[in-house]
Design a protein. Structure first.
Length: 194
């Protein structure tokens, strides 16, 4: 419980700081991110429990990574993260989950995610900001990647990549659990060189 409260305080601080840097009011951020002002007020007060879709929309609108909303100060030159120490940002109805393991630093950060999808379980994602590229590497099982309504089967040992600025869905397929590593390649930030 204490870890959850601390994580929520970190998110609250980071959202407020990013909103202030961007010069956005609560109303304007809410309008652009399609999040209610009440939810934003609660979030900035470290109350409530924002879901993954809300965090993605806020990060995209603010032009930062989801993990930038969740991370505290840097920890040093090398960072080792264990999956069990990272709380899932999405939990599916059959027990699947998505964990944002870390985000690399630099002008064009990369998010590293671990996903587990059970057969038939799916996560529909809203389009991301222009310039976002996703790569999915299935390590065991099978999944179906749906981009712009077209289904693409991806099996263990295969990797798929696509532009994340269109609607997409990750769906577990086959008869067993699908494990995958997803990277989200973010465009350079507004202060980085082209």
């Amino acid at each position: 419980m204490a870890e959850t409260a601390a994580a929520l305080r970190t998110v609250a601080h980071n959202v407020r700081a990013a909103r202030t840097r961007a010069g956005l009011s609560l109303d304007e951020l809410g309008r652009r991110a399609q999040v209610s002002k009440g939810a934003l007020v609660a979030l900035e007060r470290a109350q409530g429990n924002p879901n993954l879709a809300t965090l993605v929309r806020l990060a995209d609108t603010l032009g930062i990574s989801v993990s930038a909303l969740m991370q505290g100060p840097p920890e040093g030159r090398v960072r080792v993260v264990t999956a069990e120490t990272v709380a899932p940002l999405w939990t599916g109805p059959q027990g699947g989950e998505a964990r944002l393991m870390l985000t690399t630093s630099g002008p064009a950060p990369v998010e590293i995610w671990r996903w587990r999808l059970e057969p038939g379980e799916e996560y529909p994602s809203h389009p991301h900001q222009a310039g976002v590229t996703e790569t999915i590497s299935v390590t065991s099982g099978r999944m179906t990647l749906v981009v712009d309504g077209t289904e693409h089967p991806v099996e263990a040992g295969q990797t798929a990549t696509f532009d994340g600025d269109s609607a997409h869905t990750y769906r577990g397929s086959g008869t067993g659990t699908c494990h995958l590593i997803m990277t989200v390649h973010l465009p350079p930030g507004p202060n980085s060189a082209p």
